[in-house]
Write a new protein. Structure first.
Lengths: 200, 455
C-alpha cells in the first residue's frame, strides 16, 4: 500500500469522518463488489463516484488541512462507531518515519508523538475503504463543479488603489514593502526555536 | 448559494492563451482544468498557486526558428522546438532579497495576476539556439499583443532546464537555471551549465537535480539551497474553479452569451501577421534576402526605420537595405545603441540616399557624409556636401581631360593595362580620382579610360 497523504485525502478523511461521527450509517455505498472479489482500484486520490456522503448542515468548511486540530480528534470517534466494510490493509499499515518527516516539512505540521502518527495511520486506513468500491469504467469525480463552466469576467479594473489599507495589515513595513525573513529557513532550525503547537 | 463557491477568470487571459496556442500550432483543449500547486514562500501568501497541471489549455505545438550560420551568417537552417503545453496560472508576488539586513521585502502587487506558461520540450542543443528560439517567441507574443515580453522588466521570464547525455542514451539529470533577465544571459548561462555538467561528469562526479541561479557578474551558475530534495507540490484540483470550456464554430451553442463564450475559430480569424509571415512578405515586397529580413525583425525598431527610409527616398530597396544593415546598424552596434537612439534619422538617411541616387555624390563621399551626420550636429546631408565640397564633378569634359592627363603622364601603367594586367586599370582609376579630389564617380572614370584606351 502506498500512502499518499495529500490534502484531498485529508478532505476525504475529514468529511467522511464528520459524517460518520454524527450518523454511523449515513455512508451508503451504491455499488460494491462482493467481498470475495474485492479489487483495488487505480484512482486513490479521487472520490469514487458511487460513494454518496451526506454532510450534516454544520460542516465546518473553514478548516485548513494543515491545521493540527483538524482530523485527528474526529478520526478517533469514527474508529469506534462505524459499521462500514473495511479492507484488509497490506503490510502493517505503518507510515515510514522518513515519510512522516517529509510530510511535516511540506505541510508544516508537527506529528509530535507516536500517538499522532498512529491516528494518521488509522485515518488512512479508514479512507482506504474507498477501495471497496468498483470504479472500473467510471470517470473520477474531481470537482462538484464539473458540469459547470468557469465564469469569464471582462478585463476591467474594478477595485484596487487601497495600498494604505493593505499595508496596515502588517505592523512592520519597509518603504511600502511587507517584510519577511530571508528565503526559506530549513525546518530543523524552526523546530528547535519555536515550541510545537501539537506537542503533548 | 452554489455560485458563491466559484471563482472567476479574466476573459482576456483566456483569449490571449488561445491565440498564443494557435500561433504556436498547438492543439487547443476545449475543456481544461485548474489545479493547486502547494509550496511555502513569502511571496505566495495563499501557500498555493493556481495552475493547470492535469489538463492545460493548449498542448503539442511547435515553434520554428531560423539559425544563420557561416562567416557571413548567410547559411540558413530552419529548426523546430516542440511545445509541450501552454497553461494559465497565477503569478506570485515579487521578493527583493536584502541580505544586508537579513530580510526579504515582499511586493504583492502582481500576486494573482494571470500568467501564461509556455513549456518547451528539450529539443534545444545550446545557448545560442535557446536565445534564438526565445527571441522568436518574444516576437510572436508581441505581434499577438499577448505580452510586451520585455525580459529586463520581467514581462517575459525564462527558466532553463539543462542536462547532458551521450548520444543514444536517455536524458541526463537536469538542473533548473533561474535569474535570466536577458537573451544574452540566457545563452551564456546555458552554455556555462552545459560545460559545468560535462566537466563534472567527466571527473566522475554526478549532477544533482537542483535549482541554480545565474550570477551574471561572475558568468556562472550557483546552486540555490535545496536541502529539501525534490519538491512535492501536492497537486490537487482547484475546488473554486470549474472547467474552462471553449467553443468553435461547430460546437457554439445557439443561445450563447457572447461574454461567456470564447470561440476558437473566431480567434483564429483574428490572428495578426506573425513574424515568419512578415519576413517572407518583406522578401517578396522589397526583393531583399531572407537573412536581411531576419535582421530587420530581430533588431528592435529596425524594420520601422527601414520602412520610413523607403517611404522618403527614391533609392531602390536593395540600396536602402545595404545602408541600413551595413552602415547604420554597424554604427549602432559599435556604440551599443538602440535604433531609437540613432543620431541619424530616417529622413536624413533618405536625403543622403537621394543624393547618391542622383549621382550628386559618390559612394565614398556618401560614407563621409554619413560619418558627419552621425555626429548629430543637426546639419542636413546637403549642407555637409556643400561644406566639405563633396559634390561629384558634373563637368564631363573636365573629367575627360583629367583622364587624358593621367594616361599621358603614366605610360608604363598604360602599357600594363594594354597587356591585360587586371590590377593596372584600378591603378589608373586611382590616379584620376586623386587628381579629381575624389569628386569623380569611379565607374565613370573607368568607362572614360576604357574608351580612350580602346579596350
Amino acid at each position: 500500500m502506498s500512502v499518499q497523504a495529500s490534502p484531498t485525502l485529508f478532505m476525504a478523511m475529514a468529511t467522511a469522518a464528520t459524517a460518520t461521527s454524527a450518523h454511523p450509517d449515513v455512508v451508503s455505498i451504491a455499488r460494491v463488489a462482493p467481498p470475495s472479489s474485492l479489487r483495488r482500484t487505480r484512482s486513490k486520490e479521487m472520490w469514487a463516484r458511487a460513494l454518496r456522503v451526506r454532510f450534516p448542515a454544520t460542516l465546518n468548511r473553514g478548516r485548513g488541512f494543515a491545521s493540527k486540530a483538524g482530523p485527528q480528534g474526529k478520526v478517533q470517534e469514527a474508529g469506534q462507531g462505524t459499521h462500514s466494510p473495511r479492507l484488509a490493509t497490506q503490510g502493517a499499515g505503518r507510515v515510514p518515519a522518513a515519510k512522516i518527516e517529509h510530510l511535516e516539512r511540506l505541510a508544516l505540521v508537527n506529528f509530535g508523538s507516536r500517538e499522532a502518527v498512529a491516528r494518521l495511520e488509522k485515518a488512512i486506513a479508514f479512507a482506504d475503504q474507498l477501495h471497496a468500491v468498483d470504479t472500473d469504467g467510471v470517470e473520477p469525480l474531481e470537482s462538484v463543479l464539473e458540469d459547470r463552466c468557469v465564469y469569464l469576467r471582462s478585463d476591467n479594473v474594478a477595485e484596487g488603489n487601497c495600498t494604505e489599507e493593505l499595508l496596515r495589515n502588517s505592523h512592520h513595513v519597509v518603504e511600502e514593502y511587507f517584510v519577511a525573513p530571508p528565503g526559506n529557513i530549513s525546518l530543523p532550525d524552526l523546530v528547535n526555536k519555536t515550541p510545537s503547537p501539537t506537542a503533548e | 448559494m452554489e455560485g458563491e463557491l466559484s471563482g472567476v477568470l479574466n476573459r482576456r487571459c483566456v483569449e490571449a492563451a488561445v491565440m498564443t496556442g494557435l500561433a504556436l500550432n498547438c492543439h487547443i483543449n476545449k475543456k481544461s482544468l485548474f489545479d493547486r500547486k502547494h509550496y511555502f514562500y513569502s511571496d505566495l501568501p495563499a501557500g498555493y498557486q493556481i495552475t493547470q497541471q492535469r489538463l492545460p489549455i493548449a498542448a503539442n505545438g511547435h515553434l520554428t526558428y531560423s539559425v544563420y550560420m557561416g562567416k557571413k551568417r548567410s547559411q540558413m537552417t530552419t529548426k523546430t522546438v516542440r511545445i509541450k503545453q501552454i497553461q494559465l496560472e497565477q503569478d506570485s508576488g515579487k521578493s527583493l532579497h536584502d541580505d544586508l539586513r537579513s530580510q526579504t521585502l515582499i511586493d504583492l502587487n502582481r500576486a494573482g495576476v494571470g500568467l501564461l506558461e509556455v513549456v518547451l520540450e528539450p529539443d534545444l542543443c545550446c545557448g545560442e539556439e535557446a536565445a534564438i528560439a526565445v527571441r522568436e517567441l518574444q516576437m510572436i507574443l508581441q505581434a499577438l499583443g499577448t505580452s510586451q515580453a520585455n525580459m529586463a522588466e520581467g514581462q517575459l521570464r525564462v527558466d532553463a532546464n539543462v542536462s547532458v547525455h551521450h548520444p543514444g542514451e536517455p536524458l541526463g539529470v537536469r538542473t533548473e537555471v533561474k535569474n535570466l533577465n536577458s537573451l544574452r544571459f540566457l545563452a551564456k548561462a546555458i552554455d556555462y551549465e552545459i560545460q559545468r555538467q560535462i566537466t563534472e561528469l567527466e571527473n566522475g562526479g554526478e549532477i544533482l537535480n537542483e535549482t541554480r541561479s545565474f550570477d551574471y557578474k561572475l558568468g556562472c551558475t550557483v546552486s540555490m539551497r535545496d536541502k529539501e530534495g525534490k519538491q512535492d507540490y501536492r497537486f490537487m484540483p482547484e475546488p473554486n474553479l470549474p472547467p474552462l470550456v471553449l467553443y468553435d464554430a461547430t460546437s457554439l451553442p445557439a443561445d450563447a452569451d457572447s461574454q461567456q463564450v470564447v470561440n476558437i475559430d473566431q480567434l483564429r480569424d483574428m490572428l495578426p501577421e506573425l513574424p515568419s509571415a512578415t519576413r517572407e512578405r518583406l522578401v517578396q515586397q522589397y526583393g531583399i534576402l531572407p537573412e536581411h529580413s531576419f535582421t530587420l525583425l530581430n533588431e528592435v525598431g529596425l524594420l520601422e526605420f527601414f520602412q520610413s527610409v523607403i517611404k522618403e527616398t527614391r533609392a531602390e530597396p536593395k540600396r536602402v537595405i545595404n545602408w541600413v544593415l551595413n552602415t547604420l546598424l554597424y554604427y549602432l552596434k559599435q556604440q551599443n545603441l538602440a535604433v531609437s537612439e540613432s543620431p541619424v534619422t530616417p529622413a536624413a538617411l533618405a536625403e543622403l540616399l537621394d543624393l547618391l541616387d542622383s549621382k550628386a555624390i559618390s559612394s565614398s563621399a556618401a560614407k563621409q557624409v554619413f560619418e558627419e551626420l552621425w555626429k548629430g550636429e543637426g546639419k542636413t546631408a546637403a549642407q555637409i556636401v556643400t561644406e566639405q565640397q563633396l559634390e561629384l564633378m558634373q563637368d564631363r569634359e573636365a573629367l575627360e581631360q583629367l583622364c587624358q592627363a593621367a594616361i599621358d603622364g603614366h605610360p608604363q601603367v598604360v602599357m600594363d593595362v594594354k597587356n591585360r594586367n587586371p590590377k593596372a586599370i584600378n591603378k589608373l582609376i586611382g590616379l584620376v580620382r586623386r587628381t579629381s579630389l575624389s569628386r569623380a564617380d569611379p565607374t565613370l572614370i573607368k568607362e572614360i579610360l576604357e574608351r580612350k584606351l580602346s579596350l
